[in-house]
Design a protein around this ligand. Structure first.
Ligand code: N7H
Length: 462
């Protein structure tokens, strides 16, 4: 089974706090760092059991730590973790991930200088600040800061919603032996897809000390919210019986695959259903197939949910057939949090632009998996950025799907190259829509390994 005392808290369940700081650092004095890691830092790290719902040990500030490949190198850990993408780092992957080069990347992410990241999560920034001060006090000059990014849940009723306004964190896969059986949803996935060394891990030649770890993909994804809102407002659908506003909201929901409340359009195809969105027993209980509808063919019918919807692009569920078993290892557990300010009145006024860099907002994207190549990178390259997916590569009939309207890009360095999608109009799913600008800009990131907590006082400390 999984050792929930050893797996860091963010991996399977997320740290579940309103604020989260990502503190990126370089190791300057490996000997001192190792010694402090084993003696002091180790005991600050929050495990999974501590943050399970109902736990009596939930810390005010949850702390996790993860290392890049160059960070392990700096600690003279030479074991091969068997993940080629982790080994080369995200900077060299920028083109593969569809980024428009690295011109938009945050300088700290350019190259391989970042050795590690502390993830600090709490409901108040003061708690985070004081925990960070403790950590810096302990580590002293053995590290230097490369960069930090502060995430925060959005205010009021928007809590839990990302900056485009849609509820996030709804549909993480259930994991066998962890949270399967707690709610009806697509079949639970073997734990080895997420946890190194667990049952179902495709590699058998990893170092023993890495068992219980997970690869953490970090991406700073800027969101152009006024521009997205304007695009949606400019494209109301024409579904009879719906008001203009409802037809506008429907267009947005069909780009995402969920309504703003979190209700899946596969189950609520015409109007938002906030009760459904809030009901964890129902809001993920769908596959896109509808055997209860006579003659419904999941390989051609996208009247309920377009093939191009972000949700369906990133996890096609029954669109491809059964989700479990050999060959299906394209799953991630997401644990991101929004960053940046709310849209200002000036930005949402007539010109609808977000050009002030001091108002940058987006998603501090975090994804966990045991194999970056078949999980995050595969989803990004082969599904999100592949205009032919799921049509025609998965035997889907009808027009070419197009890239993911939210985060997909056509290959190449030209920013805002037009993107064409189909399926969004339920009255005519062959109709195409052209997106002349991009709503999400990659600001770069890094690949990390979130080690089992035992390694922090064991292998990594010696
Ligand atoms: Fe997505 N969004 O607001 O548009 N995502 N995503 N994502 N995403 C999801 O179901 C969003 C990104 C996945 O299991 C929801 O929990 C934004 C990347 C996957 O059915 C919403 C950004 C990748 C799922 C968003 C962004 C993914 C998912 C619905 C960037 C992978 C679950 C909430 C700024 C490479 C699919 C939910 C399933 C859901 C949004 C990025 C993947 C609202 C704004 C980079 C696998």
């Amino acid at each position: 089974g999984l050792n929930l005392n050893d797996i860091q808290g963010d991996v399977l369940i997320g740290m579940r706090k309103k604020k989260e700081l990502f503190f990126f650092f370089s190791i300057k004095d490996a000997a001192k760092f190792k010694s402090k890691l084993g003696s002091d830092i180790h005991s600050l790290i929050t495990n999974t059991n501590q943050i399970l719902p109902g736990s009596k040990n939930i810390p005010h500030t949850a702390v996790n730590i993860a290392f890049s490949k160059t960070g392990l190198d700096a600690l003279n850990i030479t074991d091969n973790l068997q993940d080629d993408n982790f080994n080369i780092g995200q900077f060299k992957n920028a083109t593969d991930l569809g980024d428009a080069g690295t011109g938009n990347w945050v300088p700290a992410f350019k190259g391989t200088n970042i050795h590690g990241v502390f993830l600090l999560a709490a409901n108040r920034t003061q708690f985070i600040d004081s925990k960070l001060a403790d950590i810096q006090q302990i580590l002293g000059d053995s590290i230097t800061e490369n960069y930090r990014l502060s995430g925060a849940a959005r205010p009021g009723n928007e809590e839990g919603h990302e900056h485009f306004g849609y509820l996030d964190g709804v549909s993480n896969p259930a994991v066998q032996g962890f949270d399967d059986g707690t709610r009806p949803q697509p079949p639970a996935i073997v734990p080895g897809r997420f946890i190194v060394g667990a049952s179902g891990d495709t590699f058998t030649n990893r170092p023993a000390w890495a068992t219980g770890g997970s690869f953490l993909v970090f991406r700073q994804l800027q969101q152009k919210v006024p521009e997205f809102n304007k695009f949606v407002e400019d494209h109301p659908l024409n579904v009879p019986g719906l008001s203009q506003q409802e037809n506008t909201d429907l267009f947005g929901a069909r780009l995402i695959g969920r309504w703003k409340s979190g209700a899946p359009i596969d189950l609520a195809p015409l109007r938002d259903d906030p009760a459904l969105g809030a009901d964890s027993q129902r809001n993920n209980n769908f596959t896109y197939d509808h055997p209860e509808i006579p003659g419904f063919d999941v390989k051609s019918n996208q009247t309920l949910c377009p093939y191009s919807a972000h949700l369906r692009k990133t996890r096609p569920r029954a669109t491809l057939g059964a989700e479990t078993g050999p060959g299906d290892d394209h799953h991630i557990i997401r644990a991101g949090i929004p960053y940046g300010p709310e849209v200002t009145r000036a930005e949402s006024s007539s010109n609808k632009s977000s050009t002030d860099p001091s108002l940058e907002r987006g998603l501090a994207f975090v994804a966990y998996q045991s194999n970056i190549d078949t999980a995050f990178k595969f989803i990004q390259r082969s599904w999100i950025d592949n205009a032919q997916f799921p049509s025609p590569v998965a035997g889907i009939t009808g027009n070419t799907t197009g890239v993911d309207p939210i985060i997909g890009r056509n290959a190449g360095t030209v920013t805002d190259a037009p993107r064409v999608i189909t399926g969004t109009d339920p009255l005519n799913t062959n109709k195409s829509f052209t997106l002349n600008s991009e709503f999400v800009i990659s600001r770069g990131g890094e690949y990390f390994f979130s080690p089992p907590i035992s390694a922090l006082s064991g292998k990594l400390a010696t």
